[in-house]
Design a protein around this ligand. Structure first.
Ligand SMILES: Nc1nc2c(ncn2[C@@H]2O[C@H](COP(=O)(O)OP(=O)(O)OP(=O)(O)O)[C@@H](O)[C@H]2O)c(=O)[nH]1
Ligand SMILES: [Mg+2]
Length: 422
């Protein structure tokens, strides 16, 4: 997807990789390049330093800073991205040394989020996260300045500016927090509205670009943006999925996860991700065609833990099987049960997936036998929508029904419960 910037307009990035393990090199390189592209930048060049213990002042070693400075100048890079988290001091020192804008991985991700957020809730959350991230960095930049000026007669504009900047940011954060809380309350109402119809909810989770939105489109006929770039989806979408027999559930597409997604950023999206925590079932979408799928899977499982969602029942969905050997698919499915293999793009395996979703949701149903009076035919209909009808018999004394029902509907039917017939 080219958002319309010509090659000359795109800012050029010089990348610095710092991963300690060379086994991760390819994954790390491809991922950061993808992030730069998603921020509408272009990669001019890169270097790497395997850092055990980052330098406090510049993160990178002295020789590396000189190398980066020379290379970035030579390649006419507009900015430098360090694939890690930097302190305010480190950013300032690196900017002074290289005479270029320096950003870290988190700021890059925040930038993409800011570009992609479409809903008001998403925009508020991103701004809140950005300011929260900047506040301590802004202050540490001023700290040295303050110390230099410290002492009698040295109270000057530097400190005043810090104070006012800090106050402005804090006011804005407080305002954003209030707004987010407001939107969140509204969401709660919407969610409980859905809960009142008491259909189960299923959430799509997974690493960014795993194919969550493509799968949602295939299952619900939606037209959500699906794109190879990271973080195509930021705002959640929910649709009702109906099965032929009338049973239905709500399916929600969510923001993708990524390695080193800072905890505070995950926390910023908590409201959105509440959907995930409250779901009856999670579909964990894995891009089996990605050589790093196992690492990505672990990242997703860790993130779910951070969200307190690791206890929610989960069905693993291996996607993009159109690009993978049959034997690899068979092995993965066997090893990660309960699992299903699909190609969201080609529409392969979707019937099996729906069947397995139903099975997973219905494993939570309870069996009930009842004799319903003829003035309660509405309850019969409900038995189809909220579960599975095993036996139905119209008799003189009422409608005899054996069914497996979800908790809400079985509560309605229970007053008419009778013993099951042999
Ligand atoms: N070959 C193949 N490509 C697929 C399949 N499913 C999705 N894709 C492609 O993978 C890319 C990412 O798909 P998305 O649906 O945007 O992935 P996502 O998980 O929603 O990603 P984010 O919203 O960015 O987290 C797109 O280019 C899709 O066309 C599949 O089954 N086979
Ligand atoms: Mg998506």
């Amino acid at each position: 997807m080219n958002p319309g910037l010509t090659q000359e307009q795109k800012e050029k990035a010089f990348l610095v990789f710092v991963n300690p393990d060379d086994a991760d090199d390819r994954l790390v390189e491809e991922e950061l390049e993808g992030l730069v592209e998603a921020a509408e930048g272009e990669v001019a060049g890169w270097t790497r330093q395997r850092i055990e213990r980052p330098y406090k002042a510049t993160y990178l070693g002295k020789g590396k800073v000189e190398e980066v400075t020379a290379a970035a100048a030579e390649l006419e890079a507009d900015f430098i991205v360090v694939d890690s988290e930097l302190s305010g001091i480190q950013i300032r020192n690196l900017e002074e040394a290289t005479e270029r804008r320096v950003i870290d991985r988190t700021s890059l991700i925040l930038d993409i989020f800011a570009r992609r957020a479409r809903t008001r809730e998403g925009q508020l959350q991103v701004e809140y996260a950005q300011l929260n991230y900047r506040l301590p960095r802004l202050m540490s930049v001023y700290t040295k300045f303050e110390r230099q000026r410290g002492g009698i007669g040295m109270r000057g504009p530097g400190e005043t500016k810090l104070e006012s900047d800090r106050r402005m940011i804090q006011d804005r954060l407080a305002y954003l927090k209030r707004e987010i809380d407001g939107v969140r309350r509204h969401r709660e109402v919407q969610r409980s509205g859905r809960a009142r119809q008491d259909h189960p909810s299923v959430s799509l989770v997974g690493y960014t670009s795993a194919g969550k939105s493509t799968l949602m489109n295939a299952m619900c006929g939606t037209d959500l943006l699906a794109d190879a770039m990271p973080f195509a989806t930021l705002d959640p979408t929910t649709r009702q999925v109906n099965f032929a027999d009338g049973y239905s559930f709500f399916l929600t597409d969510t923001v993708g996860f990524i390695r080193q997604l800072p905890t505070f950023l995950v926390a910023a999206f908590r409201a959105t991700l509440e959907e995930v925590k409250q779901a009856d079932l999670l579909l964990h979408i894995i891009d089996l065609a990605d050589p790093a799928w196992e690492t990505h899977r672990d990242t997703v499982l860790d993130t779910l833990k951070q969200l307190d969602a690791d206890e929610v029942p989960r069905l693993t969905v291996f996607n993009k099987i159109d690009q993978v050997d049959r034997s690899k698919v068979t092995r993965a499915v066997a090893e990660w049960a309960p699992a299903v293999a699909v190609s969201a793009l080609k529409g392969e395996g979707l019937e099996e997936l729906q069947h397995r979703i139903l099975e997973a949701l219905r494993s939570r149903l309870t069996r009930i036998t009842a004799l319903l009076p003829y003035d309660q035919t509405g309850l019969v209909e409900g038995c189809y929508r909220h579960g599975q009808v095993k036996t139905l018999d119209y008799r003189d004394d009422g409608i005899y029904i054996e069914a497996e029902l979800d908790a809400a509907h079985s509560a309605r039917v229970r007053p008419y419960a009778v013993a099951e017939e042999e």
